[in-house]
Design a protein around this ligand. Structure first.
Ligand SMILES: [Zn+2]
Length: 342
């Protein structure tokens, strides 16, 4: 048996072929055409069809590098099934260093979209009808927003056993059984019964090596778990399982000023712990940022200038925060060793 050919935007990719397809999206205001670049690797043997996309939020560029590394993996030549890679979904935001589209809409609130809707809605529709309709599984790559960094984490609907299995396989220490947001790609994809993971790691407009490594390794591990790439045997005792967060909340600034942040990503905190200090420029009139609940820091601001009410630390609640923190330490070591390999 061989894999079936894939048809996208009037192009056909046959088993054993790898093709770059440009999906027309209309014209820019300057008159030139704009097209969504898609790389399709169609394996010789049948298997799942995985789409991996990045920069749905145009300034979340780390995923673009993750996809480049996945496509450069030599084992892609022996792929089972097909990989559909879309490194830059929000082309406008990517070029303009913005999360949004020129119509100020958030593409990730515009799915599944409509051919007669707003610019965002039309782009979402094209993505849905050309990409998602061709896929059996999906991974959407994100980072924190601008000036915010995220600990590498997977967000997924763990109620679905297949999604939970893939979230496990991704190999990051923290998984959030996250609520779906209206209009998000993940919600729209799930409504089509397609298991999908959302990966978050690093900061917008930055290349953080650790989260990029973790993301590229994660995508490859999911492909192995799906049988698309050859499985590497892991000894039972080396098998790791992520910790699943029960909930999460943002700790906000209670006053405006200069933040000296102490708590790093992956730190376990308990109520009353001092995570940072906000003060005026001369350091008089300091106010501590105190943890309210136990948990682990999974996101934080990287900007020391804060206004009252700004989100400073994203804390996820776990049954055993200290164990999570130590597993994050091990994970960092692993990533570091991987770095030395290359
Ligand atoms: Zn995002």
């Amino acid at each position: 048996m061989t894999e079936e050919a894939i048809a996208i935007a009037g192009h056909t990719v046959r088993p054993g072929e790898r093709k770059r397809i440009q999906i027309p999206l209309g014209r820019r205001v300057s008159g030139n055409e704009i097209a969504l670049p898609v790389e399709v690797v169609c394996g010789r043997r049948p298997g799942p069809r995985l789409f991996v996309c990045a920069a749905v939020h145009g300034d979340e560029i780390a995923g673009v590098e993750i996809i480049r590394r996945v496509l450069a993996n030599k084992n892609m030549r022996r792929l089972r099934g097909s990989l559909i890679a879309i490194p830059v979904v929000n082309l406008y935001g990517f070029v303009g260093l913005s999360r949004y589209l020129p119509d100020r809409r958030d593409l990730n609130r515009s799915f599944p979209g409509s051919p007669r809707g707003s610019l965002a809605s039309r782009m979402a529709h094209v993505f849905f009808s050309e990409i998602v309709s061709n896929a059996t599984h999906g991974i959407d790559l994100h980072t924190g927003a601008v000036h915010r960094s995220n600990l590498p984490q997977v967000r997924a609907c763990l109620d679905d056993p297949e999604t939970a299995r893939l979230a496990n396989a991704f190999g990051v220490p923290v998984v959030l059984n996250a609520n779906l947001r209206d209009g998000s790609l993940r919600q729209a994809v799930l409504e089509h019964d397609i298991p999908m993971l959302l990966y978050e790691g690093g900061e917008a407009l930055r290349f953080d090596e650790g989260p990029i490594r973790a993301g590229a390794r994660g995508v490859v591990r999911v492909m192995r778990a799906l049988g698309m790439l050859r499985e590497v045997r892991v000894r039972k005792r080396d098998e790791k399982h992520p910790f699943v967060a029960r909930s999460s909340h943002w700790l906000r600034a209670t006053s405006s000023g200069i933040l000296r942040a102490r708590a790093k990503l992956g730190t376990a905190v308990k109520p009353g712990d001092r995570l940072g200090i906000v003060a005026e420029p001369l350091g008089l009139d300091e106010s501590p940022v105190l943890a309210e609940k136990a948990g682990v820091v999974i996101g934080r601001t990287e900007l020391p200038l804060v206004n009252e009410g700004d989100a400073l630390f994203h804390i996820a609640a776990f049954d055993e925060p200290a164990k999570v923190a130590s597993s994050v330490e091990d994970f960092r070591e692993e990533l570091h060793e991987l770095l030395l390999d290359t």
